[in-house]
Ligand binder design. Structure first.
Ligand code: ZN
Ligand code: ZN
Length: 362
């Protein structure tokens, strides 16, 4: 199967500079999304040694054909533990200082790497090098996320037209996942959330056998994974006629969401966007019910940097893609969240989610 490989935005050169600055001979990349980002390899077992003069991908024989077709670097197919082969290469090339992804490697893997590499090798922990590069999307990556968002919205409309009172949350989640794949996604980007009534007060509710009820809130949070890239959207529906109290709460969350969307711009900090949403909810006395951050980056993974949380100082940059998703939650009653995927631009942002933000009365 041939896959489109989104081009990188100068990541390789930046990494080589980083190696030199940190006086590292190489960086061992073990996180699969980071390997995919740097080398194009989409398999489930790999290790990438990023050197000053090029990269080497290590994988096992199951992935030989795929790795040779996908990877943009040298491929070594090995039998047995990958890290043993990585360590042998480190020793053979007389590399002394090797960076490793401290938050992306298990203790067991780290332990065997140090044993295999031997006492002459120093293992230096690094954090977020590739994640930082991944925050800024290339034109091809933005295109992939845009298509993923469009697919997600198509699937949402198709599934929403099939909602019936009494069907289970799980039935609707299955319908959504089916529609998503039919519309072009490889898979859902995360476990689809469908929550009816009081269960919508659980921000990460798992769909279950609970029926979709009349005159109760219905929350759907879904994302597509298309060509490896994620989208993320939350919409609210209401089977029946929404009471004034629900309408008012919905309008407050929508106003907060729009305020945060309008705050997004190159140079503005993630925390300032979060504050814009919080300020609106505070004016309605609802800020205490907003129990999570306003959004997150997304791309190859559903949750990436930056985090749009309280006081976060990370400046947003044109080319970042983030979600804007304030919500309010009341135990026993339910929750309301509205979420778009947006692209940060020099002058503001572009909403990549084409679905209307009206409360969908069914
Ligand atoms: Zn979501
Ligand atoms: Zn999200």
């Amino acid at each position: 199967m041939s896959r489109r490989r989104p081009e990188r935005s100068g990541g390789a050169a930046v990494l080589v500079e980083g190696l030199a600055r940190a006086k590292l001979d190489a960086l061992l990349v073990t996180a699969l999304p980071n390997i995919r980002y740097l080398a194009g390899f989409t398999g489930s077992n790999g290790a990438l040694l990023v050197g000053r003069n090029g990269n080497t991908l290590f994988t096992d024989p199951r992935y030989e054909i795929q790795a040779n077709a996908e990877a943009n670097c040298k491929v070594r197919v090995v039998r047995g533990p990958l890290l043993k082969a990585v360590a042998a290469t480190i020793r053979a090339r007389k590399l002394r200082r090797i960076g490793f992804e401290r938050n992306r490697i298990s203790y067991e893997s780290f332990d065997s790497l140090s044993v295999f590499a031997g006492p002459a090798t120093r293992l230096i922990p690094v954090t977020g090098w590739i994640e930082d590069l991944r925050m800024l999307k290339s034109a091809a990556e933005i295109d992939a996320i845009r298509r993923s968002a469009a697919t997600n919205s198509l699937a949402f409309e198709a599934a929403l037209s099939r909602v019936r009172i009494g069907m289970s949350e799980m039935d609707l989640a299955a319908e959504i996942d089916f529609r998503m794949r039919r519309a072009g996604a490889e898979s859902p980007a995360f476990e689809t959330i469908v929550a009816s009534g009081a269960r919508s007060a659980l921000p990460h509710a798992r769909p279950g056998a609970n029926p979709i009820l009349k005159d109760r809130l219905l929350l759907v949070d879904m994302g597509a994974n298309q060509a490896g890239y994620c989208s993320d959207m939350t919409r609210m529906a209401f089977p029946g006629s929404p009471p004034r109290k629900i309408r008012r709460m919905y309008d407050a969350v929508l106003e907060a969401q729009m305020a945060a969307v309008h705050a997004v711009k190159d140079g503005v900090t993630a925390g300032e966007v979060d504050a814009a949403a919080r300020k609106v909810l505070r004016s309605y006395g609802l800020d205490g019910a907003f129990v999570h951050s306003t959004g997150h980056g997304l791309g190859l993974e559903i949750h990436e940097s930056p985090r749009l949380g309280r006081g976060d100082k990370t400046p947003l940059r044109a080319g970042m893609v983030v979600t804007i998703e304030p919500g309010v939650y009341f135990e026993g009653t339910g929750g309301i969240r509205i979420e778009d995927t947006v692209l940060v631009t020099a002058t503001g942002c572009e909403i990549l989610t084409p679905t209307t933000k009206d409360l969908r009365v069914l």
